[in-house]
Design a protein around this ligand. Structure first.
Ligand code: VTB
Length: 332
């Protein structure tokens, strides 16, 4: 079989934008990291938002935020519907979490990142900032081996069978929240292990893609919907399966979602319905974590670590940055 390796004009733009996105998350991460460990979540988040917006507005794109930090009335955050870019480029949709894990950053705990995803217009789920029930596994399993609507026990047993191990050898990851009390008890009954995390479930889902390295096979439970879409975008690039359902438990949330085009409030979205087409996902570490090292401030150099995923080729790049100018002029 011959493969057409020619690159279309659109793909050239995407290719070149991958590096541009690295600059965006690097700057957001550095800005947030300056406030690392200062106990002020809001200030750290705002610093990341301001840096991310400034860098996004420099990009040659006609962009719109579809997953952001709240809705229009909550400005000055990067809000859903906000237009970004210099308008001199392709129409793209963007999902952002300028500081995923604000508490982790404020307390200087592991795992906070600056993260974003970009795809052609219409290729990322346009959804309000609500909760999402999620399930995710890594690549290499038959389609549908786990399902959001199956019980935790059924999912763990099915996954164990597909992996060729016993249920107690399956490692799950769940956010440590009172809302997961029943879920945790159900998982415990199967004998599977649980890694409980306090925040940062974008990385939590991504951990499933490399079980040999992270020890995680299965993500279960309820986290933020924006984080769900960002994680789905990353999984699209490296393989794996994910499903999510928005939690629209009030009339007001259903109405808000409807204005964004969500027709069925109970819809179970699969990964490709959350992120399709050519997606680029980019994340830079703010504090040290299992996925990325945090920003290091040296006297002459600021160091960053960034990961960039591209779905069209499945390429994953880790980019180590040394920034002399930011260090010299104390820039974000
Ligand atoms: C998660 C996690 C975030 O919010 O999605 C979570 O990834 C969900 O909300 O880092 P609750 O904290 O209300 O459970 C964060 O913890 C913070 O944005």
């Amino acid at each position: 079989m011959s493969v057409d390796l020619r690159i279309s004009p659109d793909q050239i733009i995407e290719r070149y934008l991958s590096m541009e996105l690295v600059r965006v998350t690097e700057r957001a991460a550095v800005a947030a990291a300056r406030l690392r460990g200062h106990g002020d979540e809001k200030a750290a988040d705002q610093a990341a938002v301001d840096a991310m917006r400034r860098e996004l507005n420099r990009l040659p794109i006609d962009g719109e935020i579809v997953i952001g930090e709240g809705e229009r009335d909550e400005a000055p955050m990067l809000f859903i519907g906000e237009k970004v870019g210099n308008k001199q480029g392709p129409k793209v949709h963007i999902a952002v979490d300028p500081l995923e894990g604000t508490t982790l950053c404020a307390k200087d705990m592991p795992g906070s990142i600056a993260v974003m995803a970009m795809a052609g217009a219409g290729h990322l789920l346009y959804a309000p900032d609500v909760y999402m029930d999620k399930i995710a596994i890594g690549p290499g399993y038959p389609t549908g081996v786990v399902d959001l609507d199956a019980s935790a026990a059924d999912n763990i047993n099915a996954l164990a069978k597909a992996k060729g191990v016993k249920p107690h050898e399956i490692n799950t990851l769940i956010m440590d929240r009172p809302r997961h009390e029943k879920l945790i008890a159900e998982v415990r009954k199967t004998g599977a292990s649980i890694r409980l995390i306090t925040d940062g479930d974008v990385a939590g889902v991504i951990f499933c893609t490399e079980p040999e390295k992270t020890g995680i096979d299965l993500y279960l439970g309820i986290g933020g919907a924006p984080e769900g879409v960002l994680a789905a975008a990353a999984l699209r690039c490296v393989g794996g399966q994910m499903q999510g359902r928005l939690i629209l438990d009030t009339e007001e949330k259903r109405a808000r979602a409807a204005t964004m085009g969500v027709k069925d409030p109970n819809k179970k979205y699969d990964m490709a319905e959350m992120a399709s087409g050519d997606v680029i996902v980019c994340a830079t570490g703010v504090t040290d974590g299992g996925m990325l090292s945090g920003v290091r401030f040296g006297p002459e150099v600021i160091e960053t670590e960034t990961i960039v995923y591209r779905s069209i080729t499945g390429t994953v790049r880790r980019i180590y940055g040394e920034h002399r100018e930011f260090a010299k002029f104390n820039l974000d």
